[in-house]
Design a protein around this ligand. Structure first.
Ligand code: 5GP
Ligand code: ZN
Length: 133
């Protein structure tokens, strides 16, 4: 059983922010920023690529609801909502989850930087991807 399945089964304690029949939102143990939450389905899916669309959709709607609560609690300036898929992307727990990370300022705990490529050939890239439709 994976660590999040154990949390769902209450074999491992967690701080619950939201729970219903099929979903759970908890505080991430590492709190990258204050209020950093994880939203997950109780059913195990490895990641968003293998989960049914409505499962990811429901996670995002729970994240939206939580963001309003965080708003009233800590008044963050913004949020990052992200799901790591694959070890190359930083996924360490292979049970679908979305991180909801409230953002406070540039010195908070999350560094997320998009390094733009020099002169990307957008047409070529789009053509290559679109060939696989
Ligand atoms: P990933 O790296 O897979 O995107 O995120 C996994 C997250 O799960 C990490 O941010 C990590 O801190 C969190 N995590 C790992 N083990 C536990 C745990 O036992 N309890 C809680 N609440 N979070 C955990
Ligand atoms: Zn699991």
């Amino acid at each position: 059983m994976c660590i999040f399945c154990k949390i769902v089964a209450k074999e491992i304690p967690s701080h619950v922010l939201y729970e219903d029949e099929g979903y759970l939102a908890i505080l991430d143990i590492s709190q990258v920023t204050k209020g950093h939450a994880l939203i997950l389905p109780k059913t195990h899916y490895d990641d968003f690529r293998v989960a049914p669309d409505d499962v990811s959709g429901k996670c995002i709607s729970i994240a939206k609801r939580l963001s309003f609560q965080l708003e009233q609690t800590y008044a963050p300036l913004g949020y990052n909502l992200l799901s790591n898929c694959g070890e190359a992307a930083g996924q360490s727990v292979h049970h679908l989850h979305f991180h909801l990370i409230p953002r406070y300022d540039e010195t908070d705990g999350l560094v997320l930087k998009f390094n733009a490529a020099d002169h990307p050939d957008l047409k070529k890239i789009a053509d290559e991807i679109n060939q696989k439709k």
